[in-house]
Design a protein around this ligand. Sequence first.
Ligand code: FAD
Length: 309
Amino acid sequence: PSELEQQFTAALKSIARRMDVKDYVEQTPQLNRILSHAAKRYVAGDHLQDGMAAGKKLAGRGYSLSIEYMGENTFDLAECEQAAIELKALIHELKLAGMPARVSFDLSHIGLMVSPSLAYSYLMDLAVQAAGTDIELFISMEESGKTDDILSVYNQAAAVYSGIGITLQAQLTRTLEDLAAVTSPRRIRIVKGAYQEPDHLSIARSPELNQRYLQLVEIAIQQGHQVSIATHDEVIINAVLERGWLQDSQAEIEMLYGIRPDLASRLQRAGQPVRIYVPYGHEWYLYLCHRIAEYPPNLYQAVIDMVSG
Ligand code: FAD
């Protein structure tokens, strides 16, 4: 990305995170309505049934599936509980439908902002609900200020329940050490990282970041982890294919719903393992901002979607 694009990305991510801007969007029905049209490109809908319907369609086309109930930074106890109940209901629906999906979520949606032990206890409730099925629980990675707490809750849970995975961000310089610390084979998703981080902790979008990303994937595969290569970056994906990493391991490509569906379909038709990550829920606002911020041309698409909605 050019310097201007990087500045746009940083500005949009920080404006999006301002609570007064979020409140303004939520409390202005007209604005809320038109933005929600733009969000539909990336989000299955507000409700569990919307996530299930989109997931069933994708599974029918041969994709593996992740489903996320969106939400983060929940301080209110009742809202944390509501999020955990929703995730349990999602696991229940997947079981009924016989769909072997991966249920993704932020720990800060289910209690981390109150205390790591609360998030752990909800996570264990989800593990009980998912035990004995081929439904995986998958923890997303959030801002660097939360990384230690997230890894600590993950490590505690993974020691007692194997059907759980963790997301690691290539953009954080610490991730090489975090990956090295995962000694037994686990489920690991590698992403570039969606958050705006201080320079001294992170690597900006660049060839250097792509090199680091590939280095992490290689180490993770060598360590015997089940790796999700979660990116839309064709440079990375082509390098992975050239090196034969998808053939010789349990690795797969994972892409977000509505982003580069052409690429996902091309890979899938060529016989590569592809998983699509479907988010649903009413907390679509930040998610939409991130998807526009990380690829500025999406702004034009969003305006077209808003106008045509
Ligand atoms: P980028 O360098 O951002 O983009 C490379 C190229 O991909 C672009 O040039 C463009 O061609 C294409 N592209 C990228 N984004 C878009 C877009 N929005 N629209 C259209 N084209 C695009 N981040 C976290 O911080 N924590 C998480 O837990 C997390 N979970 C994720 C789970 C999955 C399955 C995926 C795919 C991503 C997740 N992310 C998460 C987001 C991730 O960190 C990146 O922000 C996002 O994937 C964009 O980075 P990229 O690897 O595609 O590369």
